[in-house]
Design a protein around this ligand. Structure first.
Ligand SMILES: [Zn+2]
Length: 587
């Protein structure tokens, strides 16, 4: 059987058939109807969006003579007159297509322009299509410019390019420019099903969805992929067949991975990758499928009504959309995209894939379950003291293994099976009390336990020491005494009032230091005080508080990740993204 490839057979032959480019069609149709024609058009857009098709339709519109040979310029070329048929079949002498990618020199252009001085042989207009015009050399551009400035009235230029940035402004300014849009997968899919219906070829909707996605906005690619798929599937189009042909990874694998990531289950992530490896599925395909899934989830999170009922994957995406916060979905998506690029650099693509996935766990908001051990922590370890800790400190913990707070344990234990992960700010209906997620409590941030334990007089002491430091009323040694002391009691009833301090270092307890501190404090408070210093381990000193504060600052995300340029890039890209929500809040 004679077989014309779909991409050629179903090339749009009139403006009405030009799928997905309504804005261009409307402008050109109006211009043709009103006979207000420009002498040069520039069509921009990625490959396969229909630039050549528009050019041919335009040439037909200008030269069509109608079925009875009496028609004039029309927005609806008849398709049956000699001009229409000859242009469609590439035999029309007055329509010339020049591919600048292979004819970039001044000679080819000069030859073409030499022909321009002669009137059209059979048509009303000569139409020159220069495809990939940005590839022309500068001298070629210059040669063209003169004709472009003062073209004979029977000559129309159609320039097409995928890269308008490389077209000199002198040329751009002489053209009417139209941007042809890449086509949405949905549009491509609809067109494919029309085409296949016309071809009487059975196709599973899932197969068409994969083809449409694989075409990346190019209708021509979609049609040639479909051709290949028909050959591959010996005449039928099944989802499994197309998936195999495209090396695409089944949606269920992506779903499993996103679920594991949402639940913070490192072990499950590794197991899923092992599964992919043993099935021989590609890591790139996996990340692509994850990207598609995350994109769908993000849309549903932003616009829940956007659910496409005809898409069998949609309900799953909707369910997963509920597992992650929108900003986290964005964050994972970005890691997936960047990860794809780095797969080639990894020792092998599966280890690359594992690293990309583990990165998502490591930098996941909430951060619990960053390691398999944590993820595996028994669910029985339900929070004991957790809610006391306020969120920022807790959230910052996972990226700093050194600082251990009780809270992460409870958080890590939370994501059991199908529960929504702990960082999701969904109101818990019946089990609210546990929710460590709960909104930030108003109480002040407590730095990690290791540093200091707040005491009743800690704030007061830190305050007066701060004031003495500011007033520079104390020297270095006395300052050290003040900073290293914990205030145990203040006896206001005594005369003068007695401040009891405890300090560990013996050298600081010398009477001379104590007296100076006493004088400075009396000065500050504007009444006499007595200071008594006892030996012992201090647990709430201004110095410890300062350290805790410094630690807290250091823990802010930007600093934690300063060694990871990739994450840095991610963070730059997502100004609002937090590695750990709450940890980067200014206080
Ligand atoms: Zn015609």
């Amino acid at each position: 059987m004679s077989y014309l490839v779909l991409a050629r057979k179903y090339r749009s032959r009139d403006f009405e058939a030009l799928v997905g480019q309504e804005h261009v069609v409307k402008a050109l149709t109006n211009a043709l109807t009103q006979q207000r024609l420009h002498h040069a058009y520039l069509f921009t857009g990625t490959r396969g969006v229909g630039k050549t098709s528009v050019s041919r339709i335009l040439a037909k519109a200008l030269n069509c003579t109608g079925p009875d040979g009496t028609g004039g310029i029309t927005a609806h070329p008849c398709g049956v007159c000699d001009a229409c048929r000859d242009i469609d079949s590439g035999r029309f002498v007055d329509y010339v297509e020049l591919d600048a990618a292979s004819n970039r020199g001044v000679e080819e252009i000069s030859q073409l322009l030499d022909q321009a001085v002669y009137k059209p042989v059979v048509g009303r207009f000569k139409v020159y299509l220069i495809d990939e015009v940005h590839m022309l050399s500068n001298t070629a551009f210059n040669a063209m410019l003169k004709t472009l400035e003062e073209p004979p009235e029977y000559l129309k230029f159609v320039l097409a390019t995928t890269d308008p940035q490389k077209v000199p402004p002198t040329v751009l300014s002489r053209c009417l420019q139209f941007n042809l849009r890449p086509m949405a997968p949905q549009t491509v899919q609809e067109h494919l099903s029309t085409v296949l219906a016309a071809e009487k070829i059975e196709a599973e909707p899932g197969a068409l969805r994969l083809l449409a996605r694989g075409a990346r906005g190019s209708m021509r690619d979609a049609l040639s992929l479909t051709d290949q798929a028909i050959a591959f599937g010996a005449g039928s189009l099944t989802e499994a067949g197309v998936r195999q042909m495209l090396g695409a990874v089944d949606r269920s694998h992506a779903v499993r991975l996103v679920e594991a990531l949402a639940a913070g289950q490192g072990a499950e992530v590794i197991a899923a990758v092992d599964g992919l490896r043993s099935l021989g599925l590609s890591a790139t395909g996996t990340l692509e499928e994850m990207a598609a899934l995350l994109q769908q989830m993000a849309v549903l999170q932003a616009v829940p009504d956007a659910l496409d009922e005809s898409d069998p994957d949609a309900p799953t995406a909707a369910r997963l959309a509920g597992l992650l916060a929108p900003d986290e979905t964005q964050f994972l998506y970005s890691i997936v995209l960047h990860g794809r690029a780095e797969l080639g650099l990894a020792p092998d693509e599966y280890s690359g894939l594992v690293m990309v996935l583990l990165r998502m766990l490591a930098f996941r908001p909430g951060g619990a379950g960053t390691s398999p051990q944590r993820a595996a922590a028994p669910a029985a370890a339900k929070p004991v003291a957790a809610p006391v800790m306020s969120k920022p400190v807790v959230a910052a913990a996972p990226v700093r293994p050194a600082v251990v707070t009780p809270a992460p344990v409870s958080r890590a234990s939370a994501p059991a099976a199908s529960e929504p992960p702990p960082w999701v700010d969904v109101p818990y209906e019946d089990e609210a009390p546990v929710a460590p997620v709960a909104v930030r409590e108003p109480e002040p941030v407590r730095p990690p336990v290791a540093t200091f334990t707040p005491t009743p007089l800690g704030d007061r002491w830190a305050q007066v020491v701060g004031q003495m430091n500011e007033a520079a009323s104390i020297g270095a040694l006395v300052r050290e005494l003040a900073m290293q002391s914990q205030c145990l009691s203040i006896d206001e009833s005594a005369k003068p009032p007695v401040w009891r301090l405890r300090v560990e270092r013996e050298t600081l307890r010398a009477p001379a230091q104590r007296d100076k501190l006493q004088a400075a404090l009396s000065d500050l408070l504007q009444h006499a005080v007595q200071i008594e210093v006892e030996a012992g381990v201090a647990s709430d000193t201004p110095a410890q508080r300062a350290t805790a504060e410094r630690t807290r600052r250091q823990n802010e995300a930007e600093q934690i990740i300063h060694n990871d340029p990739l994450v840095q890039a991610l963070m730059q890209q997502f100004k609002t993204a937090r590695i750990v929500p709450g940890s980067v809040k200014p206080h």
